[in-house]
Design a protein around this ligand. Structure first.
Ligand SMILES: C[S@@+](CC[C@H](N)C(=O)[O-])C[C@H]1O[C@@H](n2cnc3c(N)ncnc32)[C@H](O)[C@@H]1O
Length: 375
């Protein structure tokens, strides 16, 4: 008999963290994206007695709470808005932040090219505002593990708030440690125990020794860097370490298109440069990297070269502590409200965040924040 294989799906597990608050009618506490007829977007956090004010009138949040996604509503002046939950790509570009985030186009590439699989044991540094952490957590799932390292506690607060807002509470796979990855990784992760490492920081070459020690044979290191000088130095440091395969470098450009009748053309504007990706695999201990023999080219750095890669020379802007603290309060406040909006089946047990219920952060009024350029 040539029977067909039974492809019936296995019974679905209990709802994965964050799935339930991505569905169903709008609830108080949720972030909702309002788009007007000209395509302008605003993101509001729904509150029972909340109102969205613009120079074109007032929209009561009550018009949205309990209604399905995709509803079109009118404000007091008859001005119409289409209401949808922000997708991940919208959320990360409108959430509170203190440092440049990994753009959605790059996060998608990182998840695929670094082969972040469900159940993977992943290390990430730095955590910044947590944009990449969200994509990594979605990819490893509830059964995986993401250990994020961040040097500055203020950034960790912002990231925690953003992650909890996205998932409606703490994610079971996530742990943040404060400190420098180069010093902390070996304290927390046994040698050879990590499947994937993703670095988004100014000087990834300083962490490669710790990364190579933590990675399992065949494990992937993926670095996201903004400038060609960082790219070159990181690639040479990978080669010099000797425990990695030949590195692969790429950049990702996504160009939108205007498609209307026969007026079909590329968009006039695009996000052109964000960063480069550089990845390599961990060799087995005792094995040597195989690489094509090349003519010797300059790969040693003079003092002058090294000075060109200091944070200031690379254009890293120092974010003030005050700005970071404010973004942290905003992010944790939004997380508190999102937890209140999460349906009971999905609601995780969570520690109460000490921050008092905050006013919505500035992006609530106009979420189309200018995207921070990387250095
Ligand atoms: C550009 S941000 C990361 C953005 C983040 N990937 C996101 O998508 O929101 C870089 C972060 O790396 C942190 N950092 C830099 N070097 C580090 C290190 N050696 N260990 C841990 N964190 C580090 C910085 O404090 C900063 O928060």
């Amino acid at each position: 008999m040539t029977g067909t294989a039974d492809h019936t799906a296995a019974p679905a597990p209990a709802s994965p963290r964050g799935a339930a608050n991505r569905r169903g009618p709008f609830r108080a506490g949720e972030r909702v994206q309002l788009t007007d007829e000209r395509g302008r977007m605003n993101t509001v956090t729904l509150a029972d007695d909340g109102e969205f004010h613009s120079h074109r009138g007032v929209l009561s949040h009550g018009e949205l709470i309990g209604r399905p996604e995709g509803t079109v509503v009118e404000n007091s002046a008859g001005f119409r808005y289409q209401a949808l939950r922000p997708l991940l790509k919208d959320f990360v570009l409108s959430m509170p932040r203190g440092a440049a985030v990994v753009y959605p186009k790059d996060a998608g590439q990182i998840v695929t090219m670094a082969d972040i699989f469900p159940g993977a044991r992943v290390v990430e540094a730095g955590v910044g505002s947590g944009a990449l952490s969200i994509s990594l957590l979605r990819a490893v799932g509830d059964e995986g593990r993401l250990h994020s390292f961040e040097r500055r506690a203020e950034f960790a607060d912002i990231a925690r708030g953003n992650v909890e807002t996205m998932f409606g509470g703490p994610h079971p796979a996530w742990q943040i440690s404060i400190g420098d990855l180069a010093e902390e990784l070996g304290e927390h992760e046994a040698p050879g125990s990590v499947d994937r490492v993703v670095l988004d920081m100014l000087a990834p070459w300083e962490c490669l020794d710790a990364v190579a020690t933590a990675l399992t044979p065949g494990g992937v290191v993926m670095c996201y860097v903004a400038t060609v000088t960082q790219l070159s130095r990181t690639a040479e440091a990978m080669r010099a370490d000797g425990r990695f395969t030949e590195p692969d470098a790429s950049e990702t450009m996504v160009r939108g298109w205007h498609v209307e009748g026969l007026a079909v053309r590329p968009d006039h504007r695009m996000v052109a440069h964000t960063g480069f990706l550089l990845s390599a695999r961990r060799l087995a201990d005792g094995s040597e990297r195989l690489a094509p023999k090349r003519r010797a080219s300059k790969s040693e750095y003079s003092e002058e070269d090294l000075q060109a890669w200091t944070p200031v020379a690379l254009g890293e802007r120092d974010v003030t502590d005050k700005k970071l603290r404010r973004a942290g309060r905003d992010a944790l406040g939004l997380a508190e409200r999102a937890a209140g909006a999460t349906p009971p089946a999905d609601a995780p047990a969570r520690a109460k965040t000490p921050a008092a219920a905050p006013a919505d952060p500035a992006p609530d009024a106009a979420s189309e924040q200018p995207h921070e350029e990387r250095p």
